[in-house]
Design a protein around this ligand. Structure first.
Ligand SMILES: Nc1nc2c(ncn2[C@@H]2O[C@H](COP(=O)(O)OP(=O)(O)OP(=O)(O)O)[C@@H](O)[C@H]2O)c(=O)[nH]1
Ligand SMILES: [Mg+2]
Length: 403
């Protein structure tokens, strides 16, 4: 069983995380020489980034390096320009690219590191250029950045350009972006001046690679986790609500067959969100979760409270209590399902070697989990029957059901 689970997980985030190629996104002002640098760096006729003078040349985000089998993928972007409209458009485009690379994981589109190209012949770096870099690079927290001082035509410019960049960075605030190096480059020879700096840039990027990968991996896992949890939460809330509604007509305790079906379907859905596809694997995990002792004891304690409530002073309608119990148990199962399938997806839980019964108990004993349930149980205790279901459904809807 564990083998099948691993295989499925490998198909998605593993192929992004284990990808051996280093992906670099090139950012900078228009005309700073991003596309020229890509062509010089890859040094091949198989793929060429368009370059030129005048208005903005690169008009979309494109990946290079694939055709020439390079150990680097270079992601070319349109240059930043003075017009605010263009700046807003570009910022949006790049953020969209970064977001999409999480939503539809593709090793080609992810970003391990950034080369920020600064036109050295310009002798200045406006603050909004750095603000742009900060805005887009912060999508991947702490992404390491190499500043490339381009168009270094003269030896004597090297120090001057470096100082210009370092001064601008210091006045902007070094803590806002993770700058690792400033490297002067002349990507293409100019007259008699030979190209320089490409080897240094390559060595610096290679040296940075392990750190860039580990920062990326941490960020990636967090982002994927958050997006999957949101999706899974929606499923749990809707199924818990459906379960409450399904058992609202019942007058006897115990979870109905219909609700059992809803719960099974819910766990199936959650497993699929965490990219576990094999139906036998899912079924066996779901059955184990549903049969776990900790779940059974929650069911029993809720059921006994239900009986007490139905016979007590408040005279809560038995069917309302039954509905509430079914809703809460379904919610609990959903919570546990998210915890289990997420841990499998993240590679933190090996089903083969884990006592799932104990694991479920630990999830339920978790403080944040029991607080959420307490809130919902509180509503069952204090409200009268007519408003109970409404209250429960509202609580389920509001509940931030994962920790
Ligand atoms: N000789 C020489 N020319 C360069 C170098 N880098 C850039 N250029 C020239 O500068 C101009 C702009 O270069 P591009 O590579 O198109 O600049 P870009 O940053 O991609 O520009 P956009 O796509 O508009 O953002 C072109 O005419 C290039 O030939 C270089 O290292 N050496
Ligand atoms: Mg370009």
């Amino acid at each position: 069983m564990a083998k099948k689970v691993e295989k499925k997980t490998e198909k998605t985030s593993r192929k992004v995380l284990d990808n051996k190629i280093i992906n670099v996104m090139l950012l900078g002002t228009s005309g700073s020489g991003k596309s020229t640098l890509i062509n010089a760096f890859l040094n091949t006729n198989l793929e060429k980034a368009p370059t030129g003078v005048g208005t903005a040349i690169t008009d979309r985000i494109d990946v290079y390096g694939e055709l020439s089998n390079s150990p680097f993928r270079l992601i070319d972007t349109p240059g930043l320009e003075y017009s605010h409209k263009r700046q807003n458009w570009l910022t949006k485009e790049i953020k969209k690219w970064l977001k999409d690379s999480v939503k539809n994981p593709d090793p080609k589109t992810i970003v391990h590191t950034i080369w920020f190209c600064v036109d050295g012949s310009n002798k200045r770096m406006p603050e909004d250029t750095l603000r742009y870099l900060q805005t887009v690079s912060n999508f991947w927290e702490n992404v390491p950045i190499i500043f490339v001082s381009t168009k270094t035509y003269f030896e004597e410019d090297i120090e001057e350009n470096r100082k210009m960049i370092v001064d601008a960075l210091n006045s902007f605030g070094r803590d806002k972006i993770n700058v690792k190096a400033v490297i002067p480059v002349l990507a293409e020879k100019k007259g008699d001046v030979p190209a320089m700096g490409i080897d240094e840039l390559k060595a610096a990027t290679e040296k940075l690679a392990p750190e860039a990968r580990s920062i990326f991996e941490k960020n990636w896992k967090e982002k994927v986790k958050t997006s999957k949890r949101l999706e899974a939460n929606t499923v749990v809330i809707s199924r818990a609500t459906a379960a409450a509604a399904a058992d609202a007509a019942k007058t006897k305790g115990g979870v109905s067959k219909v609700v059992n079906g809803i719960q099974m379907e819910m766990l199936n859905n959650i497993a699929k969100i965490y990219e576990i596809e094999d139906s036998n694997t899912i079924k066996s995990i779901a059955t184990e979760i549903m049969g776990a002792n900790a779940i059974a004891s929650i069911g029993k304690s809720l059921a006994s409270r239900a009986v007490a409530l139905a016979q007590g002073k408040l005279k809560i309608a038995a069917k309302a209590v039954t509905a509430a119990v079914s809703g809460v148990i379904t919610l609990t199962l959903g919570e546990v399902g998210i915890a289990v399938f997420e841990s499998i997806f993240m590679g933190d839980l090996d089903i083969e070697n884990t006592d799932l019964d104990k694991y479920v108990e630990a999830v339920i004993k978790d403080k944040s989990f029991s607080e959420k349930l307490k809130k919902i149980k509180g509503a069952i205790k204090s409200k009268d029957g007519d408003t109970l279901i409404d209250e429960l459904i509202e609580l389920l809807g509001k509940a931030n059901v994962t920790k």
